[in-house]
Structure formats: structure tokens, C-alpha cells
Design a protein around this ligand. Structure first.
Ligand code: ATR
Length: 289
């Protein structure tokens, strides 16, 4: 199929709901997928305050909206308003993909699958048996934790500034043999990790995590789920600690979008071209999905 071929002229309406959402890359990513697949779509970025989310989703559906992505800060609220949820959404307690089915919203979460696909297929990092550190226990951490466990990591150590949130995430995962929480203050003494994931929002507020280099195992991979300039402090820390494999969350962003697109249209798009295009602009991008 040629890049701009449109073989199916039915207009499908999609949108991403967030607050803020103006800088979201999702419209661009999904339009690229649609051109590639010969589909005609409209994909809008809709900025809506938390209290107005249910009404905005209703209005979108009434106007013909078939599917929606959900980004900060609405992922947990979207989970609550779904009539049905996928198993992986249920296990993460958050939803990033809504599909209109028989007049009701079905919720899914493609973030974890997107991360795992990026790590295993694009970065060729074998997750099996890896000791993994998950920094943070908010929406981003919850979205990826179940998929990491399903991918066969050996141990998931969840560490959060507020310990009760780390405990709650470990509880909801329900796999004490593999997933458990530790205190932030113990980060210097809990050993080294093959995979280190920053799922905190510290960088978004201009903050920097004060972490020990003792956390980094030889040949470890450090991943920040944010992308662009917000991911720089954590990845710079990893580099200073001798970590040679480092990645921001751009690959995950593109892969979770592909997964959502496939759910809505039944067609799985190729992600390489859009990933390469966005990577070239990486330092100027602002995390918004
Ligand atoms: P998101 O959806 O991006 O995960 P969130 O649900 O608000 O956003 O969660 C933010 C995460 O970043 C939380 O784990 C938060 O820790 P707390 O639960 O203790 O608030 C973490 N975080 C934010 N700023 C941080 C900082 N300066 N140091 C450490 N953790 C931080």
C-alpha cells in the first residue's frame, strides 16, 4: 500500500482527551498510521478539565466518535466510567484506550504492551529473568507493571516517594513472589537492577531524583517513560553511572498508539517511520501523552 493511499473513504472519528493536551503527538501519530493503512480518520486533541470528562466523552460519542485515547490526568477516571474493561486494564486500574461498542465505552490499557514491544522488538532487550526497579506508583507505573510481569521479568521492585502508593500497587498486582515494594530511603542498599524504569513525574515539575549509582547493574537498561527534555535528567544520571543502554518513552508512545489503532481499526500499523521522524526532533518534544 502506498503511503498516501486512501482505499476506505469512511471517516472514522478519534480523539485524545487530556489536560493539558495541546502538545500531544497522538494526532500526528494516528494520522500517519491512517495514511499508511489507507484509512480516512479525524483525530482531535480535546482539552477537558477532570470534572467535565464524562460529559465531553458523551458529546464525542454522540457526534460519532468511535474511539478515544486518554492521557494525563484522566486515566483512572476513564477506568471508572467504562462499562467493560480488558483484563490488562483491570489489572492496572487505568485506561488509555476507549472504544465505543453498542453505545457504551469499553476500556483497555495499551501502555504496558507498548513498553514491552518497544523494549523487546525495537531495543532487542530480553525481559525474561530481569531484576527490575520501578520508580513511581502513579498512573504511569500502574499502566506498565502488569505487562512487565507478563513478559517474564524475574522481580519487580516498586519504590515510591509515598510508600503507601507503592504498597497499593504491589497489592493490586497480586503476585507477591515477583512484585513487591521497598522504601525510597533504602534505594542505596537494595542491590542492583538490570532494568531501571523511571515512572515518576518528577521531571515534569523540573525535579531531579537523587539516586545511587549502586542501583545500576552491568549491561543494565535505563528507561524514562517520559520523552524529550523531561527524560533528560534521569537518563543523564544513568549515563553518569556508567549505564550504556538508555531510552526515553518515545518508543512506548508510538507502540501504545499502534496498539490502540489496531484495536479500533483491526489493522496493525508499522511504527518505524513515525518513530524515526519523532526521534529526530526528540530534544524539542514535550511529554504530553
Ligand atoms: P503519572 O500518571 O505520571 O504517574 P501521578 O499519578 O500523579 O502521575 O504519579 C506521579 C508519580 O511521580 C508518583 O509516583 C509520585 O510520587 P508520590 O506518589 O509520592 O507523589 C512521583 N513523583 C512526583 N514527583 C516526585 C519527586 N520529586 N520525587 C519522587 N517521586 C516523585
Amino acid at each position: 500500500m502506498s503511503e498516501n493511499a486512501t482505499s476506505d473513504t469512511k471517516l472514522r472519528q478519534f480523539a485524545v482527551f487530556g489536560h493539558p493536551v495541546a502538545h500531544s503527538l497522538s494526532p500526528r501519530i494516528h494520522q500517519t498510521f491512517a495514511r499508511q493503512q489507507g484509512l480516512l480518520i479525524e483525530y482531535r486533541a480535546i482539552d477537558v478539565a477532570p470534572a467535565a470528562l464524562p460529559a465531553a466523552l458523551d458529546a464525542f460519542a454522540t457526534a460519532g466518535g468511535m474511539g478515544a485515547n486518554i492521557t494525563l490526568p484522566h486515566k483512572e477516571a476513564a477506568f471508572a466510567l467504562c462499562a467493560a474493561r480488558s483484563d490488562r486494564a483491570a489489572r492496572s486500574g487505568s485506561v488509555n484506550t476507549l472504544t465505543r461498542v453498542n453505545g457504551r465505552w469499553h476500556g483497555d490499557n495499551t501502555d504496558g504492551a507498548g513498553l514491552v514491544r518497544d523494549l523487546t522488538e525495537r531495543q532487542r532487550f530480553d525481559l525474561r529473568g530481569r531484576r527490575t526497579l520501578l520508580l513511581g506508583a502513579g498512573g504511569a507505573a500502574r499502566g506498565v507493571a502488569p505487562a512487565l510481569l507478563d513478559a517474564g521479568i524475574d522481580e519487580l521492585v516498586i519504590v515510591n516517594r509515598s510508600p503507601e502508593r507503592a504498597d497499593a500497587l504491589a497489592d493490586v498486582l497480586g503476585d507477591p513472589q515477583h512484585a513487591h515494594s521497598r522504601y525510597w530511603k533504602d534505594l542505596g542498599t537494595i542491590g542492583e537492577f538490570d532494568l531501571l524504569i523511571n515512572a515518576t513525574s518528577a521531571g515534569r515539575a523540573g525535579g531531579r531524583l537523587d539516586l545511587s549509582f549502586a542501583l545500576i547493574a552491568p549491561r543494565a537498561l535505563a528507561v524514562d517513560l517520559n520523552y524529550g527534555e523531561i527524560a533528560v535528567p534521569f537518563l543523564a544520571w544513568a549515563e553518569s553511572g556508567g549505564c550504556k543502554k538508555r531510552s526515553d518513552g518515545l518508543g512506548m508512545l508510538v507502540e501504545q498508539a499502534a496498539e490502540s489503532f489496531a484495536i479500533w481499526t483491526g489493522k496493525r500499523p508499522s511504527t518505524e517511520a513515525i518513530f524515526d521522524e519523532l526521534s529526530q526532533q526528540a530534544q524539542t518534544l514535550h511529554t504530553a501523552d
